[in-house]
Design a protein around this ligand. Sequence first.
Ligand SMILES: Nc1ncnc2c1ncn2[C@@H]1O[C@H](COP(=O)(O)OP(=O)(O)O)[C@@H](O)[C@H]1O
Ligand SMILES: N[C@@H](CCOP(=O)(O)O)C(=O)O
Length: 325
Amino acid sequence: MAVYTDITEDDLKDFLTQYDVGELTSYKGIAEGVENSNFLLHTSREPLILTLYEKRVEKADLPFFLGLMQHLAARGLSCPLPLPRKDGALLGELSGRPAALISFLEGMWLRKPEARHCREVGQALARMHLAGEGFALKRPNALSLEGWKSLWQKSAARADEVEPGLREEIGAELAFLEGQWPQDLPAGVIHADLFQDNVFFLGDELSGLIDFYFACNDMFAYDVSICLNAWCFEKDGAYNLTKGMALLEGYDAVRPLLPQERQALPVLCRGSAVRFFLTRLYDWLTTPEGALVVKKDPLEYLRKLRFHRSIASSVEYGLKVETGA
Ligand SMILES: Nc1ncnc2c1ncn2[C@@H]1O[C@H](COP(=O)(O)OP(=O)(O)O)[C@@H](O)[C@H]1O
Ligand SMILES: N[C@@H](CCOP(=O)(O)O)C(=O)O
């Protein structure tokens, strides 16, 4: 359960006096998520999400995240909106943490997505990339090459505890990625964490995207690679070509991938596998026993990384025609 910071009813009621949201009728911590503390509130008017921002969120980045949700929603993307306080601010403080009230998005995330859902995710990701155009604020990706190296420095000494030989393998992978990382692909605002628990569906229809707290400026095709990793592998570790094809077709139908983006997919998939492997490994090694959070398995991403190393051409991800390769 991801509630790192507890709140008292009195403090919450006091916090809510700064907003025009009616009377609090109930609240409870939300079990899902690993990054921030989230609470579901009911008021006399509407359900709301209260988020207390935790360790990985820099306070200085919050205007980017909250402003981005407003920008995307204003351009027709279905996503939650931060609620302004009576004084107009989007951000307050509760239990010593930066805190915001966010509108409640209807829907549920899919535990067993099928290819048709992956197609919708591809489309929604591309729509988000287009809708992000014109957003005035910038946020470089803190979890790209440099960020991976510093995370690795913090975990490398203990990596072999998780699997013998990891220290050497990941060291070599980072050196490879540093040499091969694409530099000139189309870039803009990306979600950077569009996993299954961050995409809501109502029935079979995608109802919206949540959790923009890793969003940043980076390559669009890198975001596609994150989604391939998150949506197109089965529990047994096998890549599902049908899902990959659907996700890529969905994306391509809204924002066609350029030949150089298609060609870069294998290295981008390796990079995004390393990125999630490293945050999971760090959390695995540092989260105290008994913490109210379900730790995610780093080895799942090690297996994905190894799969991507075996890929000779982007066609193997389900791209129908590879041009310019
Ligand atoms: N705007 C929202 N509307 C409805 N449910 C939400 C909303 N934001 C978060 N949630 C719920 O809280 C859970 C955790 O949110 P998330 O943003 O993924 O957490 P974290 O910040 O830890 O990544 C989600 O899986 C969902 O159940
Ligand atoms: N998606 C990340 C963890 C962060 O995601 P959250 O939405 O659960 O906070 C991973 O799977 O490693």
